[in-house]
Design a protein around this ligand. Structure first.
Ligand SMILES: Nc1nc2c(c(=O)[nH]1)N[C@H]1C(S)=C(S)[C@@H](COP(=O)(O)OP(=O)(O)OC[C@H]3O[C@@H](n4cnc5c(N)ncnc54)[C@H](O)[C@@H]3O)O[C@H]1N2
Ligand code: MOO
Length: 473
């Protein structure tokens, strides 16, 4: 399998320059109407998506109990986008553009009538300003897509019957909507009042001139962007390959959905969730069967997964119990720890390793909501960066808590919430009941992760918090 270049930096920028750029990007999540300096900044200082201190030297040192943003940056630093391929336009939807798209021709490519009516010369309309009607001979007709040969200069006092989308010959200055005209019995057309401001002609290149950057490299091709490729005449698109993400569930208790549960079993919901999310984000999931709590077997599964995937994600076995073997297995497989736990709850044990061939391993917590938090906060940005997305960083927004939370926490707490809207238009984050990290039902009803800052006694209703849309892809 083709692999992306790894270990490249971000093109010679200093850490400070990069930080500044990234802070700016993260700041784009400012809520509408929110002042430049606000309490939200204070919230984000305690809840540091805005990147805290310098990460450890990217060369070797792992981050211990890392801020989420620092962990993401450290790991993303070593990731370059994977390779490219050409795909037919019909398959380009959802893919990531590999190179900037430059307009091959002006858009529109010819002067185009924007209304059904009559093409006229401005000079012939002067009497209208004095209240006199104008009669123009109809010199011909132009329909869209029908060539009509080289045009002579239009004879003075003439009009051209024309339809939306047809080429407007040089010499005609505007199109008058047919509703503002009257066809006279002899075939001439009458105008009895000034036609108004718009010329109803789309000029060559007014949408985009030839050579203009229509799309930047790293844009995800959604419907509107695919339309642009097509409008520029592209039958194919140069896109990034879709990253393959191996999903490795860990635990003796895990059963595959559809199989008998038994008395000690629990269905493996994390794999289904992770695989579905990888698909939503444009990757290709490769979901393995559950691996038992056995460090050697897990190490073998990790080693094999790293051979064929661009990113490996394990779920479970990262905590401190006697059955938690993810760390031992990652090391047995040759992995070097890069992030050793993170300041987040749920999901504090979330860690990351770099495998001998450079592949990253994200070791997520097994608890379903902690697993999803790890997916959103750690795996999503790494996957998008691998996929070549320019907008790989999470887009934090600002909103207010719709209810108080009394649970104190030494780390930022990511609360599953439903999103509503306050009277002033600001987002309201309503924490969902049953927010224990082992539960799955509350999760399905959530639209957002609201970040409640660390410390204190929880947070009062109305507190400004940062939040992340859960279905963002
Ligand atoms: N003594 C301590 N115990 C625990 C601590 C701690 O600090 N000290 N941390 C707790 C926290 S917080 C979390 S989170 C969990 C993390 O545990 P693991 O990530 O090692 O996950 P497991 O132990 O393997 O599983 C936890 C839980 O989730 C269920 N699970 C696992 N995989 C799946 C799956 N694929 N689908 C559905 N459910 C899954 C598993 O059955 C467990 O119930 O550790 C705490 N303990
Ligand atoms: O870190 Mo654990 O996920 O809080 O439940």
């Amino acid at each position: 399998m083709e692999r992306g270049a790894r270990g490249e930096g971000w093109g010679g920028q200093s850490v400070a320059e990069r930080r500044a750029r990234q802070k700016e990007a993260l700041g784009a999540g400012r809520a509408a109407g929110e002042p430049e300096e606000s309490a939200a900044e204070a919230a984000s200082r305690d809840c540091p998506h805005e990147l805290g201190g310098e990460p450890a030297d990217a060369a070797e040192l792992p981050l211990k109990l890392a801020e989420v943003a620092d962990a993401v940056l450290l790991l993303a630093d070593g990731l370059a986008p994977i390779g490219m391929e050409r795909v037919p336009l019909a398959d380009a939807g959802g893919r990531v553009l590999g190179e900037a798209l430059l307009a091959r021709q002006p858009l529109p490519p010819f002067r185009r009538a924007a209304m059904d009516g009559y093409a006229v010369r401005e000079a012939d309309l002067a009497p209208l300003d004095k209240g006199d009607a104008v009669h123009l001979a109809v010199a011909g007709e132009r329909r869209p897509g029908r060539a009509c040969g080289q045009q002579d200069a239009p004879p003075p006092g003439s009009a051209l019957r024309i339809f939306t989308g047809a080429r407007v010959p040089e010499g005609y200055d505007r199109v008058v909507m047919q509703e503002r005209t009257r066809r006279l019995p002899g075939g001439a057309v009458e105008l009895d009042r000034p036609p108004g401001q718009p010329t109803h002609i789309a000029e060559i290149g007014e949408d985009a001139p030839a050579g203009a950057v229509l799309l930047e490299a790293g844009a995800r091709l959604r419907a509107r962007q695919v339309a642009l490729l097509a409008a520029d005449g592209r039958g194919e698109a140069q896109v990034r390959r879709r990253p393959v993400v191996a999903v490795v569930p860990v635990g003796d208790e895990l059963r595959r959905p559809g199989q008998p549960l038994g008395s000690e079993g629990i269905y493996d919901s994390n794999s289904a969730m992770l695989a579905a999310r990888v698909l939503e984000l444009g990757g290709i999931p490769a979901a393995l069967r559950p691996v038992p709590d056995d460090p050697r077997r897990l190490a073998e599964a990790i080693r094999e997964a790293a051979l064929s995937a661009d990113l490996v994600v394990t779920a479970g076995g990262v905590s401190v119990g006697d059955c938690d073997y993810a760390h031992e297995a990652a090391r047995l497989a040759g992995g070097r720890v890069r992030v050793d736990r993170m300041k987040m709850r749920p999901g504090t044990p979330t860690s990351a390793y770099r495998m001998p061939d450079g592949t990253l391993l994200a070791a997520l917590s097994g608890n379903p909501s902690a697993c999803f938090a790890g997916m959103e906060l750690l795996v999503r940005p790494l996957l998008l960066r691998l996929a070549g997305r320019a907008d790989w960083m999470p887009r934090w927004r600002t909103g207010r808590l719709a209810a108080s939370l009394s649970k104190p926490c030494p780390y930022p707490r990511y609360i599953r919430s439903a999103v509503g809207e306050a009277e002033d238009g600001m987002a309201l984050l309503l924490p969902l009941a049953g927010d224990r990290s082992g539960n799955v039902a509350a999760f399905a009803r959530a639209d957002a992760l609201a970040c409640v800052p660390a410390g204190g006694k929880g947070a009062a209703e109305g507190t400004l918090v940062r939040w992340l849309e859960l279905d963002a892809d």
